[in-house]
Design a protein. Structure first.
Length: 126
């Protein structure tokens, strides 16, 4: 159980913290300004945080599963494309993606996935 649960939980915590810092601290003005320009309020209710927590868990599980078949490099590319690129295409299509965040979000999200993969790899085989 420790071999599965601990790496996934640790990666989930890392992903959750990374997402919170990136979106609620570093890039919050991009989000709030963009949503305001659309006549909307940026969603930051506790239920939104809970859903992002679930998303973080699912992302950690995906990374864990992919690492059983692929290298860290391939896992990062596949995971990043499946999680972030597809999400940005969808929310961009809905016009709720402030495009200015991508200059920051792309490298930070790649780093997020890479560190999560390293956490899982190290804890799984320690």
């Amino acid at each position: 159980m420790r071999r599965y649960a601990l790496p996934i939980i640790a990666a989930t915590v890392w992903i959750s913290v990374s997402e919170f810092v990136r979106n609620q601290v570093l890039l919050i003005h991009f989000w709030t300004d963009h949503y305001s320009s659309l006549g909307l309020e940026f969603p930051s209710e506790p239920i939104n945080g809970a859903i992002w927590g679930l998303w973080s868990l699912l992302l950690a599980v995906l990374i864990y599963v992919l690492l059983t078949q692929f290298s860290i490099k391939h896992t990062v590319v596949i995971t990043w494309g499946a999680a972030f690129l597809l999400m940005w295409v969808v929310i961009g299509n809905m016009s709720v993606l402030p495009l200015g965040i991508l200059w920051f979000a792309v490298p930070l999200s790649l780093l997020e996935v890479y560190i999560a993969a390293v956490i899982i790899r190290k804890l799984r085989y320690s």
